[in-house]
Design a binder for this molecule. Sequence first.
Ligand code: DX5
Ligand code: ZN
Length: 217
Amino acid sequence: MIISPSILSADFMNLETDINSLGKRDDLWLHLDVMDGHFVPNMTFGIPIIKQLAKITEIPLDMHLMVTNPDFHIEELKDTKLQNVTFHVEAVSDILALVTKAKKYYPSVGISIKPGTSVSSLTPDVLDLVDLILVMSVEPGFGGQKFMPDSIQKIKDLTTLKKLNNYHYQIQVDGGIDNNTVKDVVHAGADNLVAGSYIFGASPDEYSNRIESLKIK
Ligand code: DX5
Ligand code: ZN
C-alpha cells in the first residue's frame, strides 16, 4: 500500500518544512496536483516548482496532470526525476500513444478517470500497458471535497479486470480519503491512496499518525 500525500493542502509558504515533516518512510509518494485553469477551473503550480521540488526531497514524486495538454508537461519534465506521471483520459484522443511515449521517460505512467468517465471507456491495450489507474472520487480541481461513493464500483471493476487479465496496474484513488472512507476503498482493491486535507490539515507532528491510519488491511 502506497500513501501519496497531496501537497495541494500543504502550507505553500513552508512547503519544504511540511514535506520534511512527512518523515522518511518507504511507503510514501508525494502527490503533485498540476492544474491549468482550463481542464479544471483551478490553477496550482507548474514546471519550475516541480523541478525545484525534485531537488529538495527523496520522496518519489507522483504528478497528477489535470491539464488540457498533458503532452507538454510530459515532454518538459522528462529529465526531472518523477516516479509516476498520470494524465486524464478525457484530455487526450490517442491514449495509447501518450502512455507509450511517457513510458520512455518515467518509471511509472498512469491514466486517470473523472467521476463521470466509465471503466468501460478504457480499452484492453491501454489497461495492459499502464502502471497505474487513478480513480477520481471527487470532481478534480479542489482539495477538501466529499468522497463520492460511486467510485467504489469502479475500483471493484478494475480489481476484477486486473485479476482476470493479469494486468499489473496499481489502483490509485484520489479525493475525500480519510480514516473513514479508506475502508471501502481498500476493501474494493485500491493499493495507492492520495490524501490531501486529511494529512496536511493536521499539525505536522501528526502527519505520521494520519498516514498510518490509512494503512488498513
Ligand atoms: C483534486 C486533487 C486531489 C486533492 C485531494 O483535484 O486531485 O489530489 O488534493 O484532496 P483531498 O484529499 O483533500 O480530497
Ligand atoms: Zn490529485
